[in-house]
Design a protein around this ligand. Structure first.
Ligand code: ADP
Ligand code: MG
Length: 245
């Protein structure tokens, strides 16, 4: 096992009832790499991310996170989830808590950090995402872009080794997309290992080490952004790209 591998997926299959949603998925993400998943709606992108985080349980195959093969029946999945931060399309902040309270909730209750330490780390993270002046406001008073940046800071507060993003800007007004993508680009520069589902192809081209195109539950094509976007080999990839670019 190469210790540089942060995520390895071997022959992953996932069905919902009779519907097979992931078909023999093989994937490796090395430390500090950014992988962007693209594909039409319903192709299985969210399900793949959710399997990586064990929010969905696989039917077969192996998932190895940070060198540990995860057997979903025997391992403590919460331990694994602490290593993996996830950001969703809808920010899912706790509405009855201030921004800072949102950030310190999991570190104090799940990681058992002292409140003082969680607060001081939380302030640093909120400063980093450009919200150092919003510590004590409620999420509903923030724009969608600001709320999503809080959600990113909240995930980072658990010191994850990997961040998963599922269409982090799809619910945002167009003028707010850039600030969230900017925050994710900063994380990429710092060397965070990330898997990102997005329809923002310009962003993907800029930030991705690898682009993976999914179609009907399979990885149909994978390569560098240049390879996949400029020289797609598969007709299905070409058709998809011409529909979104
Ligand atoms: P994508 O994120 O690429 O749009 P999804 O992973 O959300 O695709 O969905 C892939 C397929 O799995 C779709 O056909 C969807 O309807 C189905 N699906 C997703 N989640 C569930 C679920 N919890 N129960 C049943 N079917 C599901
Ligand atoms: Mg999805």
């Amino acid at each position: 096992m190469n210790t540089m591998e942060m995520i390895r997926v071997n022959n992953l299959n996932k069905s919902f009832g009779n519907l097979q949603v992931l078909k023999d998925i093989n994937l490796t993400v090395k430390e500090r790499e950014v992988v962007v998943l693209v594909g039409a709606s319903g192709s299985g992108k969210s399900t793949l991310l959710r399997c990586l985080n064990f929010l969905e349980l696989k039917n077969s195959g192996h998932i190895i996170i940070d060198g540990e093969r995860i057997e979903q029946n025997t391992h403590d999945l919460n331990t694994i989830r602490k290593k993996i931060g996830m950001v969703f399309q809808h920010f899912n902040l706790f509405p009855h808590m201030t921004v800072l309270q949102n950030i310190i909730e999991a570190p104090t209750h799940v990681k058992r950090k002292s409140k003082q330490q969680a607060v001081s780390e939380g302030k640093v993270l909120l400063g980093k995402v450009g919200l150092g002046d919003k510590l004590h406001v409620y999420p509903s008073t923030l724009s969608g872009g600001q709320q999503q940046r809080v959600a990113i800071a909240r995930a980072l507060a658990m010191n994850p080794k990997v961040m998963l993003f599922d269409e982090p800007t799809s619910a945002l007004d167009p003028e707010l997309v850039g600030e969230v993508l900017g925050t994710i680009k900063e994380l990429a520069k710092e060397g965070m290992t990330m898997v990102i589902v997005t329809h923002e192809m310009g962003f993907a081209r800029e930030v991705a080490d690898w682009v993976i195109y999914m179609h009907e539950g399979r990885i149909v094509e994978a390569g560098t952004p240049k390879e996949v976007f400029d020289y797609p080999q598969e007709l299905r990839t070409q058709a998809f790209l011409s529909s979104v670019l």
